[in-house]
Ligand binder design. Structure first.
Ligand code: 7O9
Length: 481
């Protein structure tokens, strides 16, 4: 406005106009420079994924014989360091950010935010499962593939004797860890001990054991309760709230440092994975249609349905929103772990998408734990694909049962030791398929895992955006108090 008035009032000689023109070109230039500068790391990380794939491919072509495990380990080394750094942030980050975010909200508002988030998680996960089922039933990837799979060796499935009920009860047990320090490294699981004269699994002896793996569900639960309690304590709770707030800020600063090496880390992670693939021909061969079905479902759900829900709820541009998350999405693809990506997702949400930090730090850790749209879609498709290969006709009741278990499995995955296999077995169990069938799809699982992780992270991010939009006014009122 001032420049405009200035030019109107002054005599408009050619010289001055030229100068103004030069200035606008100049600002445009700096704008582009700024844009590249601020997005440089993102651009580099996304290129890291592509370069990693290329490097891996070229190295494979480079020589006839297979790369040894040791050589793959060397290529993976820097990627592994990056992953370890990210993982070290998770525990302090989720505990401190959940506690401080919930403590800074008043109880009724955090309740409202939680309800909104949970409604979103549930709706989108059910949507994902339905899309998956529709696709796998129309494409019928299992009927197209030649059925030589019967001859496959059922090795390495490592199945153990569990019932779905036991798995679900373990989940609930893990919600309440008896020892918080132990919960940082171990979780409980039920073991059934076969008795010699009993074939019926229900009469076996029941035992429990602790297995390695962070009991994230228990820690999330405890942090949420702690946050609510500190909010209730009022004045007296302030010191601890400050403590956790500082901790959470500090973790975000360390995250920024780790992000600086993400392009290199992601590149080596992807390159080493491409190097170690056993039978790449499966991707275009027998499992090709299955792969395309899952990928199609993931793209349809993640790039059309969820953005559409976001657009309808917030009337904001979903494309820009996804673009702002690119760094997190590339890391999700590189690490195939939504928990390792969590620190970066929080940073992208707060800094690029301007999500209120109370919402981002409250909703995201919970989303990373229970909201896995990609996983739910994948498990439903996989179960039906296997049934198709085995020529088992599924009734509508079966399909409903698969939807329910796939949804439950994706919600509970973080609370189940060795989740990948166990949740898949749970879903297969509902259709009466044996656990060994999982071996059919293992060949392409490593790649599909990366794609579904991207969608898991994206679903969490859009959820935070929607919850933030719906809670904006209340958040403003609460911060003005
Ligand atoms: C995928 F909240 C956090 F960030 F602290 C958190 C920590 C750990 C959240 C979740 C977990 C966790 O243990 N998650 C988990 C996820 C455990 C076992 C299996 C899975 C499923 O993982 C996805 C999949 O395989 O489809 C995917 N790789 O989103 O990480």
């Amino acid at each position: 406005m001032t420049t405009f008035r200035h030019t109107m009032e002054d005599e408009k000689d050619g010289m001055e106009l030229k100068q103004i023109g030069a200035i606008t070109i100049d600002t445009k230039k700096t704008k582009i420079q700024n844009c590249v500068k601020t997005n440089l790391l993102t651009i580099l990380t996304v290129s890291g994924v592509v370069c990693g794939g290329l490097v891996g491919y070229l190295l494979r072509q480079f020589r006839e014989e297979k790369w040894t495990e040791r050589e793959v380990m060397y290529v993976n080394f820097l990627g592994d360091l990056f992953l370890r750094m990210l993982k070290s942030l998770i525990l302090p980050l989720i505990v401190s950010s959940l506690i401080s975010a919930i403590a800074k909200l008043d109880i009724s508002l955090s309740g409202k935010i939680a309800v909104r988030a949970i409604i979103y998680y549930f709706t989108t996960t059910v949507c994902a499962v339905i899309i998956g089922i529709i696709l796998v039933i129309t494409i019928k990837p299992g009927k197209m593939s030649s059925d030589d799979s019967h001859n496959q060796q059922n090795e390495g499935s490592g199945s153990r004797n569990v019932t779905t009920v036991d798995t679900l009860l373990d989940l609930v047990r893990n919600l309440f860890p008896p020892n918080l320090v132990q919960a940082c490294t171990q979780q409980i699981r039920t073991v059934l001990i076969p008795s010699t004269n009993e074939k019926d699994i229900n009469s076996w002896k029941i035992d429990y054991e602790y297995t390695d793996g962070t009991n994230i569900l228990g820690l999330v639960m405890f942090s949420a309760v702690m946050g609510v309690t500190l909010a209730k304590l009022g004045e007296k709770g302030q010191y601890l709230i400050y403590f956790f707030e500082t901790m959470s800020e500090a973790m975000m600063i360390i995250t920024k440092w780790v992000i600086c090496i993400s392009p290199i880390g992601v590149m080596f992670l992807v390159a080493s994975k491409v190097l170690e693939i056993d039978n790449p021909e499966e991707l275009v061969g027998r499992l090709g249609m299955y792969f395309i079905t899952v990928l199609g479902g993931i793209i349809l759900h993640g790039f059309i349905i969820i953005p559409l829900i976001y657009l309808i709820m917030t009337r904001k541009n979903p494309i820009k929103y996804v673009g702002n998350m690119a760094q997190a999405l590339a890391t999700a693809f590189g690490t195939s772990s939504s928990s390792a990506t969590l620190p970066i997702s929080i940073k992208c949400l707060e800094e690029n998408n301007n999500i209120d930090s109370r919402v981002a730090r409250f909703v995201l850790p919970i989303g990373a734990t229970i909201n896995m749209d990609g996983t739910a879609l994948y498990e439903a498709v996989a179960a039906i694909f296997i049934a198709q290969i085995r020529n088992i006709d599924l009734s509508l009741g079966h399909l409903v049962a698969i939807s329910i278990t796939a949804t439950a499995a994706s919600i509970g995955a973080a609370g189940i030791p060795q989740a990948g296999l166990v949740t898949m077995v749970m879903v297969l169990d509902t259709v009466g398929l044996p656990a060994e069938e999982v071996t059919l799809i293992i060949a392409v699982d490593w790649l599909l895992d990366r794609f579904r992780t991207v969608i898991n992270v994206m679903g969490d991010a859009f959820g935070a955006g929607i919850v933030d939009h719906l809670s904006r006014e209340e958040l403003q009122i609460s911060s003005n108090l």
